[in-house]
Structures are given as structure tokens and as C-alpha cells.
Write a protein that binds this ligand. Structure first.
Ligand SMILES: [Zn+2]
Ligand SMILES: [Zn+2]
Length: 178
């Protein structure tokens, strides 16, 4: 085979249909790829196209009935990838959608006292013993909001990485405090 169709599978957008559409085409796509590593979690894998050299990561989309799907990833060493695979788009999608929804649907107001987390220095929000960031973190710990997805943030998803969320949350907190 002298040509491949890797180029026909762009980076996945964060829509449910993008993940399910890719899952449907994964069997075909995988047909010309070669698996080069197993991930730390069962079923995760790294593949390479022997024609164009593109790397692909395989994950199972838990929220989609644990469907197998592949997505293109940047060049990396096997050693680095095994240590920390790339963050999976299905996990990013759920994380971003739920946290965005949580932040945008509520009207946060401040109470007069300090956040209970020490050392923090911010005021607590009225619906919690914590400031906005520590409130979100405590909901994540208590599984009332999705955990930050594991893995290396990269390419199209970098702008959604946790540091971006915390920057936004910090700006909301200072807006409330000003
Ligand atoms: Zn290819
Ligand atoms: Zn705090």
C-alpha cells in the first residue's frame, strides 16, 4: 500500500457525534495502522501509520458505552507516552461540558468570611465554606463534578487545560471581590 487515508480523520471536535462518528470508523482506520505500545490503562494503545508516520492513540469512550476510538496525537517518544499518554478527547468533552455548565448556571456571591482552606486568603462564596476554586475542587473530590482528566494536554485541547479553568475561576473570584 503506498497511500493512506490518515488525513481524512481530523482532530476530534468536542461534540458527542464526533466521538461516536470516529468510533464507527475506527475499525477501518486501524486496518492500516501498526500498534507500537500498550498504555498504562487496559486497552489504551499507541499506533503508527507505516505510510505517513502519523501517531494515533486508542482509548475507550466510557460515556459512549465504552466504545473503542482512535485520535491523532503529536510525535512523542514511546518512553514519554507510556509514562503519560495524551489526554483523551472523550474525557475532555465530559469534563469541560459539566464544569462549564456548573459555572455558567450559577450566580456566585461572596460571604464575608475567609475561605476555609488554609492558606487561601480569598473570601468564601455564599453557597460554600470555600472560595470558588476550592469549592470546585471539593466538589471534584466528592465526585459531584468530574475529575480533571488524566494525561498530557496537547494541541486542540490545550486551551481547555486545567490551568485555563483556574485562570478563569481566579478572574471570577477577583471580579466578585472587587
Ligand atoms: Zn497515514
Ligand atoms: Zn480558597
Amino acid at each position: 500500500m503506498s497511500s493512506c487515508d490518515c488525513q481524512e480523520y481530523p482532530d476530534l471536535t468536542l461534540e458527542r457525534t464526533a466521538i461516536s462518528g470516529r468510533a464507527r470508523k475506527t475499525k477501518h482506520l486501524k486496518g492500516h495502522l501498526v500498534q507500537i505500545a500498550d498504555g498504562p490503562d487496559e486497552g489504551d494503545g499507541l499506533f503508527r501509520c507505516p505510510i505517513c508516520q502519523q501517531l494515533w492513540q486508542r482509548n475507550f469512550a466510557w460515556n459512549w458505552g465504552n466504545k473503542e476510538y482512535l485520535f491523532r496525537v503529536p510525535e512523542t517518544s514511546l518512553e514519554d507516552w507510556i509514562k503519560e499518554p495524551f489526554v483523551a478527547p472523550d474525557a475532555v468533552l465530559i469534563y469541560v461540558a459539566v464544569i462549564d455548565d456548573f459555572i455558567s448556571k450559577q450566580k456566585f456571591a461572596l460571604a464575608g468570611e475567609n475561605c476555609r482552606r488554609q492558606p487561601c486568603g480569598h473570601l468564601r462564596i455564599s453557597s460554600s465554606a470555600f472560595c470558588l476554586r476550592h469549592h470546585i475542587e471539593s466538589l471534584q473530590r466528592n465526585r459531584m463534578l468530574p475529575q480533571t482528566p488524566p494525561g498530557r494536554w496537547w494541541g486542540p485541547y490545550l486551551k481547555l487545560a486545567p490551568n485555563q479553568l483556574w485562570e478563569y475561576v481566579a478572574s471570577e473570584q477577583s471580579r466578585l471581590e472587587s
